[in-house]
Design a protein around this ligand. Structure first.
Ligand code: MOS
Length: 759
């Protein structure tokens, strides 16, 4: 019942706004400060909550003395597990749409401490300063139990996670005899790769403003990637009907996965607001951003065997990753290796270790950003051992069929990524031998790596209203976490109806809008974009029907395939003087507005017969100070194959942002634990290093042509995550090329380079 067959199924060919570098439609609001974030909505009589965080990693709270805090003028209440309301008890009630299997953390539930920095009290006061000051006066005493936070120390106490929730695909069964093939290989690589824990630090810290209304309903401004996920969590936990809760997130200051699940500030703000019957805001401090999920620490082994000609004969990729005790968090780490390279003898293995830490959490390209660097560093090691160019080695093991499933890729222009990226970078001028390129005391290195990510799709609904003023409003309860959703959805709608982008308003970030899933996994263009196209196709079909029935036959009996929608008109393509404006069509039909709603229709059957993914080839140049071991990334070229690019400007911005983060993964980002305390020690941006402007070079983004008629009616795959995947290995490989030192432990800090240089 969606798009009628006489309407062209794929998007029209270029000419309209799709494919153009349209500036962000919300750009002005953002740069003028008019865009409001979760902690910025003005509310009269607002109270402020400040979180008190646990000082131990595991144990019981034996006492909480709140008297001193309560005595501070301006303090309204201190909530602890002793005076919080009696709420839902079942795990299911606390599981949000992105929850892994297990028992979700419940703030202030009881006297148990499950991880360091867990919230143990909330001080509510009439100003943020008072709340923060009083929070320091809350005295908590504990009975600590033995804890474990060290993945390396406990890596052998691991288990294979069973069936997991969500899109998790367990590693496929082994193929051939990988151990024997490895033993018999002409050339072997067998090494361990590690990557540190990394915490989410989007610019906007997590915050919730919960407005309690006298009739018992709530308006909640939350930092979230899914307003409806947040609403359903609140409704289940607090026993409220959906009609009593409205969640708004019109602007999100970066999220990268940290807003896929409701975080504890949401619960605390809503609890305080409903208990006090007042509006309450809870905003986490920067150190408290380290008090919930993170990219899990990972230990991997990659073993490769190859013939002299570079063909892989054995591929073993094993990963051990952390999860919490209370939930079983899984991601796809090793499967990518078996998907990227052709090899007859393969074993992929993924295991978990339970630690007393917060449950890990999706972070940009979860799993791929961890697992792909390991295989891509190993491939570089193999290329060196074989004396084969690293690009060439990857092409010798290239595959157009997914070896994990036997299915063809719906499209995979990775060869073009290598070719165009190499050309732009000047790869042909690379001298293969390490330490062979230098400039004074700086060693220069060039490295390459491939990247891969899914092209997922979910189901979303969109509504479109075309008014007599010629303006089109399209809405869906998705989010724009900085990716450009407002802009690309406006472009898709404008394209289908032949309107200028300025004539379209796209609304999102409101749980009352038509159903959409959480914005994540790079699936929003595909999921919501397809719904936007479907609903605009319906409007288009209605307009055409009305025009065909008009007196005077302005279209002269032309069929649906003979007309173009352009400039606010329906135009007979072969005879453009025959035309009629959309508003005239509506007037003739006596319609003040045309309103339609539609759900995205994924090409389920076609999709299920293919492996769908985005691909990249990343080329990086580093300069390493030979004496100091300091690394500067001086150039990056990232060539991306992600189907049709709806907006090359916002898409390139996704990719360059991801390259910046990849530099962080390669060189800087690392949450350092004191395992005696079970606590992270560098929980602020002074000591948890992320790249700053001075660390970021020229970034060159290429989108290669990729036609895909399987992914969705747009031919677009989404680019939110692919940009980071190849970057850490490209930089690590460039460091090896510069120095001859192979560091397999991310981040590659200067001490690791200097120490191995000594060896
Ligand atoms: Mo992404 S980790 O799904 O925001």
């Amino acid at each position: 019942m969606i798009a009628k067959p006489r309407i062209p199924d794929l998007l029209p060919e270029p000419g309209g706004p799709v494919g153009r570098p349209v500036p962000r439609v919300d750009g002005r609001l953002k740069v003028t400060g008019a865009a409001r974030y979760a902690a910025e909505h003005p509310v009269p009589g607002l109270l402020h909550g400040y979180v008190v965080s646990a000082a131990i990693a595991r144990g019981r709270i034996t006492g909480i003395d709140t008297a001193a805090a309560l005595a501070v003028p301006g303090v309204i209440e201190v909530f602890t597990h002793r005076n919080r309301p009696d709420l839902a008890r079942f795990d299911r009630t606390w599981q949000d749409g992105d929850a892994p299997r297990g028992s979700p953390f419940r703030p202030l539930c009881d006297d148990e401490v499950q991880f360091s920095l867990q919230p143990v009290a909330l001080v509510v006061a009439d100003s943020p300063e008072t709340a923060r000051y009083a929070a320091r006066l809350v005295e908590v005493t504990y009975e600590a139990r033995e804890h474990r936070t060290d993945l390396h120390a406990h890596r052998h106490d691991s288990f294979t996670p069973g069936k997991a929730k969500g899109g998790f695909e367990p590693p496929p069964p082994p193929r051939g005899d990988p151990d024997r093939a490895l033993a018999l290989a002409d050339v072997r690589i067998d090494a361990r790769y590690t990557q540190a824990t990394e915490h989410h630090n989007p610019m906007e810290m997590h915050a919730t403003t919960a407005v309690y209304h006298d009739d018992g309903t709530l308006t909640v401004y939350d930092k979230t990637q899914g307003a409806q996920n947040t609403r359903s969590y609140i409704c289940k936990v607090f026993g409220l009907p959906a009609s009593a809760v409205r969640v708004l997130n019109p602007f999100v200051g970066g999220a990268f996965g940290s807003g896929l699940r409701p975080q504890h500030q949401l619960f605390l703000a809503v609890m305080a607001a409903t208990q006090l019957r007042r509006p309450v805001r809870v905003e986490l401090s920067r150190p408290q951003m380290f008090s919930f999920g993170h990219r899990p620490e990972t230990i991997q082994r990659v073993a490769l065997g190859a013939r002299r000609d570079g063909r892989l004969t054995a591929l073993i990729h094993e990963a051990v990753q952390e999860s919490s005790r209370h939930e079983t968090y899984v991601e796809i780490v090793v499967n990518w290796s078996g998907q990227q390279y052709r090899c007859d003898n393969v074993r992929l293995d993924y295991r978990l270790v339970r630690l007393d830490r917060a449950t890990p959490l999706d972070q940009r390209a979860p799993g791929a950003a961890t697992g792909v660097p390991a295989i891509e560093m190993a491939m570089d090691e193999l290329a060196f051992a074989l004396d084969v160019d690293p690009v060439d080695l990857r092409l010798r093991n290239y595959t157009d069929t997914d070896p994990n499933t036997g299915k063809p890729f719906s499209s995979k222009e990775l060869r073009a990524c290598f070719a165009q990226g190499a050309e732009r970078f000047g790869w042909a001028r690379r001298r293969p031998r390490p330490r062979s390129m230098r400039d004074g005391r700086e060693l220069i290195g060039w490295g390459v790596a491939a990247g891969v990510w899914d092209a997922m799709q979910g189901r979303a609904t969109a509504r479109a209203v075309l008014g007599l003023d010629g303006r089109l409003t399209v809405s869906s309860a998705t989010a724009d976490i900085g990716t450009g959703t407002y802009t690309v959805m406006s472009q898709i709608a404008a394209e289908v109806l032949g309107l200028p982008v300025e004539a379209v308003t796209f609304r999102l970030g409101d749980s009352d809008l038509p159903t959409a899933p959480i914005e994540g996994g790079s699936w929003t263009v595909s999921t919501v974009g397809s719904a936007v196209k479907a609903v605009c196709d319906r409007v288009r079909a209605r307009l055409f029907d009305l025009a065909s029935a008009m007196d005077g036959a302005p279209l002269g009996g032309a069929g649906a395939r003979d007309v173009t929608f352009a400039g606010g008109h329906i135009v007979v393509t072969a005879d453009p003087v025959r035309r009629v404006s959309l508003t005239d069509v509506m007037r003739s039909g006596g319609l003040p507005a045309i309103e339609e709603e539609a759900m995205s229709l994924p090409y389920m059957v076609a999709r299920s017969r293919h492996t769908l993914g985005t691909h990249s080839a990343v080329f990086a140049e580093v300069r390493v100070d030979e004496d100091l071991g300091t690394v500067r990334v001086t150039r990056v070229v990232s060539a991306i194959a992600a189907g049709r690019i709806i907006n090359p400007r916002t898409a390139a911005s996704q990719i360059s942002g991801a390259v910046v983060w990849g530099i962080g993964m390669a060189l800087e980002e690392e949450t350092i634990f004191d395992h005696t305390l079970g606590r992270c020690m560098n929980h602020d941006l002074a000591e948890y290093h992320v790249p700053v402007n001075a660390d970021v070079p020229e970034i060159d983004v290429i989108f290669v042509d990729e036609r895909d008629t399987v992914v969705n009616p747009l031919g677009a795959k989404g680019v939110g995550e692919i940009g980071i995947v190849g970057v850490p290995a490209a930089i690590a490989n460039a460091i090896f090329h510069a120095t001859g030192v192979r560091v397999r432990d991310l981040p590659i800090t200067l001490d690791k380079i200097l120490m191995r240089q000594e060896e």
